[in-house]
Design a protein around this ligand. Structure first.
Ligand SMILES: NC(=O)C1=CN([C@@H]2O[C@H](COP(=O)(O)OP(=O)(O)OC[C@H]3O[C@@H](n4cnc5c(N)ncnc54)[C@H](OP(=O)(O)O)[C@@H]3O)[C@@H](O)[C@H]2O)C=CC1
Ligand SMILES: Nc1c(N[C@@H]2O[C@H](COP(=O)(O)O)[C@@H](O)[C@H]2O)[nH]c(=O)[nH]c1=O
Ligand SMILES: [Zn+2]
Length: 344
């Protein structure tokens, strides 16, 4: 990898996890062999890496080169297009590593059309870094993260359903950061009726709450549930027609919906990442049907003893049949552990 691209990638790596639903991107501006500016996308809704790098420049960018880890955007989203900024400040060459697989307008083409030299310089490590971000384009369903908080003996609640709180503050604030990074959050009817969760992303400086999705089954909605106050309109899959009286408040989907059809339906509504927060009946369904990409387990140093609330409620008759995962990361959050798994 070119050393300027390597520097841009370091900026992207250092900001991974803080950009919400956006990809982490780094950019470096070079003129006559000297780095004159650098920048990264520091948070959801904030300026993109290219604009940060341009703003940081110590001298004129006329005739400079820019190295960016991802193809510059050329559409109006939460911020104006980076291609416009690059053209305006007279940068003459653009090198980018990963292709934007879902561009509304090709940034590469827009830059070329304005007479700028553009080079796509792919790199396997950078492609791997962005792979989860683009995975849904191939699978045609949202990227699914299953999450649960458990005791040391793997229980999601006491047998009577009590589960607040299992994990400590640091782990719970990490969960809010994860929620902020997903388009939608899903829980089952058991959880809605027992916990009455808020399902918002409560992080310092705001947080973009994911769309709540409830697999309600036969359960009934009521006027006093917290999701009624959620900033986004919830989507409710239910077999109970009595819930239609809440059609003004929620998108109510009546009928028997298999999980894969639900994922397809959510994807069609523009949801490309889904955070599944339980309970154990729901998590069991997702695991059994292999409809997940990542599993996050937050383990608290508590022992709950006998309880039916486990991560997976069914039995296996052999070791081979059991679910095998790959451990991707281990993190200590206060007195709790965060374990990140992928499929083996
Ligand atoms: N520690 C943790 O991380 C968490 C703990 N919890 C705890 O878990 C408990 C609730 O869990 P649980 O009782 O298992 O309920 P769930 O929240 O898992 O909801 C299960 C219900 O969802 C409905 N449902 C609809 N579609 C599906 C589907 N495809 N697969 C499975 N269920 C579907 C069913 O309703 P029907 O039977 O009517 O058809 C089912 O009974 C609470 O005590 C809560 O506190 C909850 C979340 C996280
Ligand atoms: N008890 C428990 C969790 N429980 C999850 O959080 C939901 C409550 O969300 P909210 O109302 O938005 O705060 C609850 O319904 C369940 O899905 N999560 C954790 O990280 N640690 C915990 O100890
Ligand atoms: Zn941009």
């Amino acid at each position: 990898m070119n050393r300027y691209m390597s520097m841009a990638f370091e900026l992207a790596r250092m900001t991974a996890g803080q950009t919400g639903k956006n990809p982490a991107v780094g950019a470096v501006i070079v003129k006559e062999g000297k780095v004159i500016g650098m920048g990264a996308h520091l948070g959801y809704g904030k300026p993109h890496a290219e604009r940060q790098a341009i703003a940081s420049c110590s001298e004129s960018t006329e005739g400079a080169d820019i190295y960016v880890t991802l193809e510059p955007c050329s559409h109006y989203g939460k911020t104006p297009p980076c291609t416009e900024a690059i053209i305006e400040v007279g940068i003459s060459r653009v090198f980018y590593a990963a292709k934007d697989l879902n561009p509304k307008v090709s940034g590469h083409q827009v830059l070329l059309d304005s007479g700028i030299h553009v080079a796509h310089t792919p790199d396997a490590i950078i492609d791997r870094f962005y792979a989860p971000f683009f995975k849904h384009l191939v699978s045609k369903r949202p990227n699914v993260t299953l999450k649960c908080a458990t005791s040391l003996d793997g229980r999601l609640a006491l047998d009577d359903g009590t589960s607040s709180w299992i994990t400590g503050e640091a782990a719970r604030s990490d969960v809010h950061n994860e929620r902020h990074q997903h388009d939608a959050i899903l829980v089952g009817g058991g959880t809605l009726l027992h916990d009455d969760p808020k399902l918002t992303a409560r992080i310092e400086g705001g947080g973009d709450s994911p769309v709540p999705v409830i697999l309600l089954g036969h359960g009934e909605l009521s006027d006093d549930q917290m999701i009624l106050r959620h900033p986004k309109r919830a989507i409710i899959y239910t077999t109970n027609e009595a819930n239609l009286k809440y059609s003004e408040n929620y998108d109510i989907r009546i009928g028997e919906w298999p999980l894969d059809a639900i994922l397809e339906d959510l994807y069609a509504q523009g949801i490309s990442s889904l955070f599944v927060e339980g309970g154990s009946t729901i998590l069991t369904s997702f695991i059994k049907q292999q409809l997940y990409d990542r599993i996050l387990i937050y383990i608290a140093p508590k022992i709950f003893g006998e309880s039916r609330h486990t991560l997976y409620k069914e039995q296996f008759s052999s070791m081979e049949e059991s679910v095998h995962l790959e451990l991707i990361d281990v993190e200590k959050l206060g007195s709790d552990l965060k374990l990140t798994y992928g499929k083996a």
